[in-house]
Write a protein that binds this ligand. Structure first.
Ligand code: UDX
Length: 443
């Protein structure tokens, strides 16, 4: 099949590349010339395991192309994916300007029948808006060309995106006619051995499925973080409670890890947007709003523990920091707890020496750009030199079993603030390390 994928962000680039891997002829389009030129030469702008190799091999085989010209790409395609960003607008709703501007361009340029697929996360009702925007342009060109708009939300996880796409738990397709459904079935058939994972539904339900899935997962995390905070107050250990409840199949072990709150490009934005969607329909989404509130507070739990230990005024204190990315396996720092913790400590006069295996460039160039109090080192043990304590905020594997003797000998105070509950409190305390974690009081 011949595909155009508009937008070479996370979703667009991964989808386009994986479709080309399955033998489709794919052209990825983006307005960013620098990015497109880089991609043509195999320079992948994001870190995602396996992506670069897959881009390179499909560019080489001629299945994957990159261009800034939507016009040339459209004339060779029968399916078009819209995978441009839907950033959070000022009022918390999803900003549709990029999606609708792309829809307008499709209407201006298309010269043959197309199936147009919304892959970006968009509020319920967006497919109708996309259809209207395209039709308006066709009408003004006095063209009568058939087209179908389909919703196909993306569920990939950063750091495991290729695997998630190539071996999906499910593919959700919202369509309003059999022809469009047939095209999508054929496109996705190579990704499944049986078709029970291909879930067909109406367009609005497909759009809602994405928000409901992300809000459900975010709810599990915020629920567990709230339980963690209560555990700490009543002298329980959330690590035990997690095992205790996860063993119930109805609850399950996944997404109940307490920590420093969820970050990333999806959960914070989608939870907020869902609350807005409810609002706009005169429904006050109490649970969804609380999920967000709990998460905002959770990002600062570790900073508050540091303040409780070292005092309000942190002038003269330096902390070593392990982990900047919002989760391991990515260089992405969007809404990462590290941003909030670092800013809170710096506001009180502290200095931070940070190390992250992948996200230091992101931190330096964007998220902590105006924070000269943060410096960066090339390895995990270097953050410890002259530091008053160690903070862990991303559970990268290389932080999992460090040399605690080295930590103890280098830190001024042998104290660890662990925002991801990576270590055994009993062992560390016995080894003379003052260990603070989420959801379990010391001692
Ligand atoms: C998520 C969804 O998983 C994916 O289906 C959707 O399409 C986009 O959003 P992603 O943002 O890449 O994917 O990350 P994910 O691995 O789901 O983690 C999200 C956040 O939740 C991270 O900050 C992580 O640290 C946090 N988290 C996750 C917890 O705090 N506890 C958990 O038990 C699980």
């Amino acid at each position: 099949m011949n595909l155009t994928v508009i937008g070479t962000g996370y979703v667009g680039l991964v989808s386009g590349t994986c479709f080309s891997e399955m033998g489709n002829h794919v052209t990825c389009v983006d307005v960013d010339e620098v990015k497109i030129n880089g991609l043509k030469n195999g320079v992948v702008p994001i870190f995602e395991p396996g992506l670069e190799a897959m881009v390179l091999s499909n560019v080489k085989s001629g299945n994957l192309h990159f261009t800034t010209s939507l016009e040339s790409s459209l004339s060779n395609s029968n399916i078009v994916f819209i995978a441009v960003g839907t950033p959070m607008g000022e009022d918390g709703s999803a900003d549709l300007q990029y999606v609708l501007s792309v829809a307008k361009q499709i209407g201006e340029l298309m010269d043959k029948p197309l199936v147009i697929v919304d892959k970006s996360t968009v509020p319920v009702g967006t497919a109708d808006k996309v259809r209207t925007a395209i039709q308006k342009e066709l009408d003004s060109r006095e063209k009568n060309i058939e087209f179908h708009v389909v919703s196909n939300p993306e569920f990939l996880k950063e750091g495991a995106a290729i695997d998630d796409f190539m071996k999906p738990d499910r593919v959700v397709i919202g369509a309003d006619n059999e022809y469009a459904l047939g095209v999508m079935r054929k496109l996705y058939a190579p990704f499944f051995r049986t078709n029970e994972r291909f879930i067909e539904m109406d367009i609005r339900s497909a759009e809602m499925t994405k928000y409901a899935a992300n809000a459900m997962l975010a709810t599990k995390i915020s629920f567990m973080n709230e339980i963690a905070n209560i555990c700490e107050l009543v002298g329980a250990d959330v690590n035990n409670v997690r095992l205790g409840i996860g063993s119930d199949k109805r609850i399950g072990y996944s997404f109940i890890y307490p920590g420093s709150g969820y970050g990333g490009s999806c959960f914070p934005k989608d939870v907020k947007a869902l609350a807005r969607i409810a609002d706009e329909n005169n429904y006050s989404a109490e649970l969804i709003s609380s999920v967000e509130k709990v998460n905002d507070n959770q990002k600062l739990v570790i900073a508050n523990k540091i303040i409780a230990r070292f005092g309000d005024d942190l002038n003269g204190f330096t902390f070593g920091l392990w982990g900047l990315a919002f989760k391991p396996g990515t260089d992405d720092m969007r809404q990462a707890p590290a941003i909030y913790v670092v800013k809170e400590l710096v506001k009180r006069g502290a200095k931070i020496v940070a190390y992250d295996p992948k996200a230091m460039t992101e931190a330096k160039e964007f998220y902590l750009k105006d924070t000269p109090e943060v410096s960066y080192v090339a390895s995990k043990y270097e953050v410890l030199n002259n530091a008053d304590g160690l903070i862990l905020l991303t559970e990268w594997k290389e932080f999992r079993s460090p040399d605690f003797e080295e930590i103890k000998s280098k830190l001024k105070h042998p104290v660890i603030f662990d925002g991801r509950n990576q270590y055994n409190a009993f062992d560390l305390e016995n080894n003379g390390i003052e260990y603070y974690q989420i959801g379990k009081k010391r001692g």
